[in-house]
Design a protein around this ligand. Structure first.
Ligand code: TYD
Length: 232
């Protein structure tokens, strides 16, 4: 098992149940001696958490929403994600840019080209962000674009997600969207999987929690990032 930084993001519509699996994966990596940074988007820094509150609670148009989300992402990358990867941590991030393409792009219908431009601006820097694979030392002056090494998509039919959410907490601006919104978001994730097949893994989240957990774990064992003993 190597000790270069690993950037892993977790995606899915609201109610897909990523959170418990993220904390179990953090435990599994720590048990293998890896330093782990668990974080989330929008959020992960003091500033980004403030922006998260605005995005989840205040009405705004899709461009404003996208700009706030990418502003939060920039701060998060510079202050938390890039330094953690340079230290060699495993970074487990609850949502990243694929969520913006799925929610703001496919869900809200916002311009995908604009999102792609923002993605490039926000996720690159003159050596600021280091080598995204963690294999090269930082080379100041060289532009790097940072992306997850792996994205785990917990795919749950929107009807089932709505049933699960109805039984839980007070919905925020996204959770209160109609079924058709989450159908578009799901299509958005499927599209991202097609265009980023090399890093995207889909997990069927319409199973028992234990079955989903075993499927998730298997992805990491197969890559050699967790020992096979973790499956026992
Ligand atoms: P989520 O991460 O599911 O947190 P919680 O489980 O605490 O509700 O919620 C964040 C919400 O933000 C979710 O509804 C999706 C939305 N979101 C976007 O619309 N675009 C984005 O780029 C990101 C990261 C999240």
């Amino acid at each position: 098992m190597n000790n270069t930084g690993l950037f892993i993001s977790f995606e899915g519509i609201d109610g897909a149940g990523k959170s418990t699996h993220i904390s179990r994966l953090a435990d599994a990596f720590q048990a293998g001696g890896r330093a782990v940074t668990v974080t989330r988007e929008p959020g992960g820094t003091e500033l980004a958490e403030k922006l998260r509150c605005l995005v989840l609670d205040d009405a705004m148009d899709p461009l404003t929403e996208s700009l706030l989300i990418f502003a939060a992402r920039r701060d998060h990358l510079l202050r938390v994600i890039a330094p953690a990867l340079l230290r060699g941590d495993v970074v487990l991030c609850d949502r990243f840019t694929d969520a913006t393409f799925a929610y703001q792009g496919a869900g809200r219908g916002f311009d995908l080209q604009v999102l792609a431009t923002l993605e490039r601006w926000v996720q690159s820097g003159e050596g600021l962000l280091g080598d995204p694979t963690g294999n090269q030392p930082m080379r100041p002056g060289i532009e790097t674009v940072i992306e997850p090494h792996l994205t785990v998509w917990f795919d749950l039919p929107p009807e089932e997600a709505a049933r699960r959410l109805a039984a839980s907490r007070l919905p925020d601006r996204f959770e209160s969207q109609p079924l058709a919104f989450f159908q578009r978001v799901t299509q958005g994730y499927a599209e991202r999987q097609r265009s980023h097949a090399e890093r995207f893994v889909r997990i069927n989240a319409a199973q028992s929690r234990e079955a989903v957990w075993r499927d998730a774990l298997w992805v990491f064992v197969e890559k050699g990032w967790l020992p096979a003993a973790a499956l026992a």
